[in-house]
Design a protein around this ligand. Sequence first.
Ligand SMILES: [Zn+2]
Length: 315
Amino acid sequence: MRIPGYDRSKGLAGMLGGRGMIILIIAVGLVIWWFSSQQTGITGRSQTITTSIEDENRMGLEAYMQVLAEEPVLCARGATSCAIDETREVERIRAIGRRLQAAATAWEAEGAVMTVEGKTAGSLPSWGALTDTFNWQFNVIDADTPNAFALPGGFVAIYTGLLPVAANDDGLAAIMGHEIGHALARHGGERMSQQQIMSFGQVAVGLAFGDMGMDTQRMVMGAFGLGADLGVLKPFSRAHESEADLIGLELMARACFDPRETPRLWRRMAELGDGARPPEFLSTHPDPEARASMFEKLMPSAVAAYRRHCGTDLN
Ligand SMILES: [Zn+2]
């Protein structure tokens, strides 16, 4: 039988053509790279990380320094004037951060086992000595946006605009625990790895279709980029948010903050309205009702963690 366009003497390369071979080789390479970089995360979810902890922490520090250089840091180191109430506020936030830091380090030393609804969801082979590599820092940025973040390496920032919605120490611990959860689960590294693989994929498409007209090329690249974003990055970031919720709740309970404040906090956050909420708390989060019911399901194990680590019951 003769397959049109297939020249047996040229084998697979003849059938696919030069362009097809380039795509095939790069695609196989990407698939091998992807699977060889897989590991099990804290909640038992499999994650692909091609970056090293050291690289992630270094990039975290660089980004942090840039933010601190551009934003007004409350009572910045070396500042000549810092009002007493401002100093007190920064100290309060740092104290919450340090309690969460200590809880994270102790949790890791215990083997970082995550329990969900009475069952072990996952332990952290990759967490290993992660917190040892962290150079924890907590800073307060004097700006109206209700924002907060924790970068790889334990670089945490809280915006003063967040304080009214946080309302109290427990609310603030819930937010900081969530942010630190992203850093502990290496979501930054995971995102960078996804983007690395996506951009290699795009280069492959560019190479293979390089001899096409610009318009066609742009269309192919656009279709690839858009498909990659909607198909992979968005669902992943939703998975990241749920995972950060899970870790944050456990972490705050272990640090002896009242975990029951968490659903109340996220309800307040939802009431801020779309315009007032920063992206971190907006599009990628599940809807507030779904989130509240998820927290209700997790609450018994968080309350148990509180009792175990704080030696007292919540009243
Ligand atoms: Zn988040």
